[in-house]
Design a protein around this ligand. Sequence first.
Ligand code: CA
Length: 232
Amino acid sequence: MLKPLILIVEDEAPLVTMLRYNLERQGFRVDEAADGQEAITKIAETRPDLVLLDWMLPALSGIEVCRQIRRRPGTRDLPVIMVTARAEETDSVRALNTGADDYITKPFSIDNLVARIKALLRRAGATPSKGTLKFHDIVLDLAAHRVTRNGRKVHLGPTEFRLLEFFMQHPGRVFSREELLDAVWGPDIHVEPRTVDVHIRRLRKSLNGPNEADVVRTVRAAGYALDIEANS
Ligand code: CA
């Protein structure tokens, strides 16, 4: 199998050199872009498996690059890890709200970064499962990595896809944020529990059409469940 291609979008040359060296040692192929505009071009040309996207970039900010990735049908599912400079929670939530799948704060350790890259590639379907899952009017095709609701195609990012897949494997059951983090992100990844809320919001937005019932139930002080009756 071809090694996964990581596109590093970063304007600090020494950091790019260090990242390339370490990621190649970990068995990844690496491509580079030094600004946001070049990133957009490279993504279209080389079809990376994952983008490591710096927030502060010349020409086009990381946030804007991420928005464009999510807007275009061909790159909507492309896994993105946003690199933020400040450890403020508002920044990380903003990064996730623009469509990033994960974020990491500078300075970060290579081990932490590699763990996140591997976890995200796993979520993005590097090892696809087979069959389909059905819940109410929702069909999730594991092999084709496709979701429809009421026959309508639903576009989900890799994290929302895994969340829905997990819910559909256990319909009606209530899961805490910590349980969802363990199941979907993996136990070795440290993520703020409120990250789950952001992805639940994105899942609902994609899944619920204008006249469709909300299938994700919020259970106060407990977590979330896939459940239709509670909302209809
Ligand atoms: Ca930068």
